[in-house]
Write a protein that binds this ligand. Structure first.
Ligand SMILES: N[C@@H](CCC(=O)N[C@@H](CS)C(=O)NCC(=O)O)C(=O)O
Length: 338
């Protein structure tokens, strides 16, 4: 069944109620590709490379889900979405899942009727300014012009922060990160504010990144994660446990280098259940026994995906911080595979 709907004047909330809510696993299998909503471009998270191939931390999750469901990490149709269009794209059925640095909030979950299936990056909102502005705290930004992406939590947090600190600002609304970058570098705004990871990713693409600083304040919690439509629990389970598989694989020491060897069977029962040599977890999800092994092979475990796309060895240079495993003092904690 074709699920694209005529958008008309319907609100996102109205669409959420009318869109098909079940059967996404079967739809994806029948179609043979996963329609995955991503950003319009944020290097390190989701952006096409020189060959037009989408790469990045969020892109890797799309590929892992495609590998789990279809056995083919390349069977993904990437659908670029902006801060504003992302929710309509998901609610209408144009995409099967959204993997686009999207913050899990009460109203998106409850009111827009989506289901956040986990957190793949714990973040918070920060500020970037040119060094030449001579500012060392966000509280010194009274009267500043601020580039701000519409349809985001960023917009709302910014208003709260300035009001709480009794200072004023002039918003410069923008639709995409590319536009923000261009406006900010052209001096159309004094400040760019978004998720701290987004600021690091954006600054990494500047010709002179050293001329820009991230201010010390982190003014919000931005738990970023993939989401699906409310009501399709089987599909939610598939996406949720694919993310958990990548996280568990790191905790259990399963990597893209040793996975073939471990897939022959190990003396760790949880590794065996994860990789499908013991138990029937794949069958419970309606997938092949090696669904999780395929997901891990797509781009490596969570730690490998992080290191390759956004980690300290990349120009983006993000530390694991809150995104370390719980065993290393971070917040990553997958429920058990049993
Ligand atoms: N996490 C926030 C902000 C997400 C957001 O849209 N961030 C921007 C700035 S990093 C982005 O991803 N832009 C990519 C694009 O323009 O496509 C939210 O969920 O509202």
């Amino acid at each position: 069944m074709k699920k694209s709907v005529i958008l008309g004047a319907a609100t996102v909330a109205g669409l959420a109620a009318s869109a098909a809510v079940a059967g996404t696993v079967d739809d994806v299998k029948a179609r043979g590709t996963l329609n995955c909503g991503v950003t319009t471009g944020l290097v390190g998270f989701a952006a096409p490379d020189a060959n037009g191939e989408w790469q990045g931390f969020d892109v890797s999750l799309c590929r892992a889900v495609a590998a789990a469901v279809l056995g083919d990490a390349s069977a993904v149709e990437f659908v670029p979405t902006t801060g504003k269009t992302r929710f309509t794209a998901l609610a209408s059925g144009e995409i099967d899942m959204l993997a686009r640095n999207t913050t899990w909030t009460f109203s998106r979950d409850v009111d827009l009727k989506f289901e956040f299936i986990g957190v793949n990056y714990y973040d918070g909102q920060g500020f970037m300014v040119p060094k030449a502005l001579g500012v060392s705290s966000a509280k010194e930004l009274d009267g500043a012009t601020v580039c701000i992406q519409t349809g985001t939590t960023t917009e709302l947090n910014l208003a709260d922060f300035f009001r709480a600190n009794n200072i004023s600002y002039e918003p410069v609304p923008i639709e995409t990160n590319a536009e923000a970058q261009q406006q900010y570098l052209a001096g159309a705004c004094d400040v760019y504010t978004t998720d701290a990871s987004g600021l690091a990713a954006t600054r990494a693409t500047f010709e002179n990144p050293d001329e820009h600083v991230l201010l010390p304040e982190i003014i919000s919690k931005e738990p970023l994660g993939p989401l699906v439509r409310h009501g399709d629990h089987e599909w939610g389970d598939v996406v949720r446990w694919t993310l958990n598989a990548l996280v568990s694989a790191e905790e259990l020491g399963v990597t893209s280098a040793n996975i073939d060897e471990l897939s022959a069977g190990t003396d760790n029962p949880e590794v065996n259940r994860l990789l499908g040599t013991e138990g029937t977890l794949g069958e419970m999800l309606g997938l092949d026994a090696n669904w999780a092994a395929n997901a891990i092979k797509a781009g490596g475990n969570y730690g490998e995906v992080f290191a390759k796309n956004i980690g300290e060895e990349t120009p983006i240079g993000l530390a694991r911080g809150l995104n370390a495993q719980w065993t290393d003092g971070g917040l990553l904690y997958s429920p058990p595979f049993r």
